[in-house]
Design a protein around this ligand. Structure first.
Ligand code: ADP
Ligand code: MG
Length: 396
């Protein structure tokens, strides 16, 4: 078991410089943070370290800059929001692990927080080359005495600030990483039954790994979102202009043949002639999708059907919106399923960046869920049973 934050605090961190890898990869509209959920999820570990008198250097990434400084991906808005939430000054270093970061790290006082600039401004962060990542990890490690990983959303990445740096410093798992690991372990080890998984989102191909891994273990797999159309096509339905992955139809057909009794597909969908909030919408049965229209949400009979399946569940994992919830006319399916998941009498876990954002954007009560995972890809890979480099490295 990885060393916990409490183990580290018990050793004493007063005056020690702690490099904290956090997941602060929030959605931005220009310079405005549209959902600060990940920043808030990083606070418990950060606060605990500050209160214990650590000098905290936070490393994080934002978006996908091309391995060089790019003002569009500066962590400046994040530093400002973090400062508000902590009610403290959170200066932003001008670089990741260069002269400015070094000078500011040296000047930190007990309980102070410094945010390093976007780690992906360094091409080495995501490099496949061990030596390149190692060189950046050396510079990061030189800034601190201890490493704490709390960036659950990045633990599936063999990146310098996630993996290599942990091999260079004494390390511990932050509270968020530990909580994610524990709750996802409950989903993979002897879940209370019935165990129902709801999958949606855009692409089947993104989620085939998790579907294959979960199907033998679940009592029901409810499929909505854009990916349901490839399954519906595999059943022989016309899906009009809906999202369809033609190269996955055979795979879906095989899955239906193997586990069709456990896979539940929509019975009705909301269609529109185009992907737009102003397009006229119609609700149709899945056997009557017009050839020139696209399915952008599941329909009310499907919400009812999925609600019945969820009503009896004792363990639920939900990943992927049921429809294009970003557009008001196609929100009802996601809202209905989100409400049914919230009402589950047992463990309910929401995974996936867009799903978590949907819960908040639709104004649903986050506290009604057992756990809302901050990591989309990471939580899916964990459930697939893959080894996650960022977790494995904390074990030794
Ligand atoms: P998560 O981040 O929760 O894992 P995904 O990234 O897989 O979810 O998918 C989220 C996206 O799927 C959303 O942007 C949503 O608009 C889209 N989506 C859901 N249903 C449909 C649909 N019927 N057609 C096209 N896109 C869809
Ligand atoms: Mg997503």
């Amino acid at each position: 078991m990885a060393r916990s934050l409490d183990d580290l605090l018990a050793e004493g961190v007063t005056g020690r410089r702690v490099l904290l890898r956090a997941d602060l990869n929030v959605p931005l509209d220009g310079q405005t943070i549209t959902d600060d959920g990940r920043i808030r999820a990083s606070l418990p570990t950060l606060q605990a370290l500050r209160e214990a008198g650590a000098r905290v250097l936070v490393a994080a990434h934002l978006g996908r800059p091309k391995g060089a400084p790019d003002p569009r991906y500066s962590l400046a808005p994040v530093a400002a929001r973090l400062g508000e939430l902590l009610d403290a000054e959170v200066p932003l270093a001008a670089d990741v692990a260069g002269d400015d970061a070094r000078a500011r790290a040296a000047a930190l006082g007990d309980g102070d927080v410094l945010l390093l600039e976007n780690v992906r401004f360094e091409a080495a962060e995501t490099s496949k080359d061990d030596a390149e990542r190692g060189e950046l990890a050396d510079r990061l490690a030189a800034l601190a005495d201890v490493y704490v990983d709390d960036a659950f959303g990045a633990v599936h990445r063999r990146h310098a600030s996630v993996y290599d740096v942990a091999r260079r410093l004494p390390h511990a798992a932050g509270r968020l990483v530990a909580a994610e690991r524990d709750v996802l372990t409950r989903l993979t080890t002897d879940p209370a039954r019935p165990y129902v998984v709801v999958l949606g989102g855009s692409k089947v191909s993104d989620k085939l790994g998790v579907i294959e891994a979960l199907l033998p273990r679940v009592d029901r797999l409810l499929v909505g979102g854009g990916m349901c159309f490839t399954f519906l096509a595999a059943q022989g339905h016309g899906v009009g202009t809906s999202l369809l992955e033609a190269d996955q139809v055979d795979t879906c057909r095989r899955l239906l043949a193997e586990a069709g009794d456990r896979i539940v597909l929509p019975v009705d969908v909301v269609v529109a002639p185009e992907f737009s909030a102003d397009a006229p919408t119609t609700t149709v049965g899945v056997d009557a999708i017009p050839g020139d229209q696209m399915g952008l949400d599941v329909g009310p009979r499907t919400v009812e059907l999925f609600g019945r399946e969820l009503g009896g569940a004792r363990t639920v994992f939900w990943n992927g919106p049921m429809g294009v919830f970003e557009l008001a006319p196609f929100q009802a399916g996601t809202r209905g399923v989100a409400e049914a998941v919230a009402a589950v009498d047992g463990l309910s876990v929401v995974g996936g960046g867009d799903s978590a954002a949907a819960v908040r954007q639709l104004g649903l009560d986050e506290a009604a869920y057992g756990h809302i995972s901050t990591g989309g890809g990471a939580s899916l890979e964990f459930l697939e049973g893959r080894e996650l480099p960022g977790l494995a490295v904390l074990e030794d």
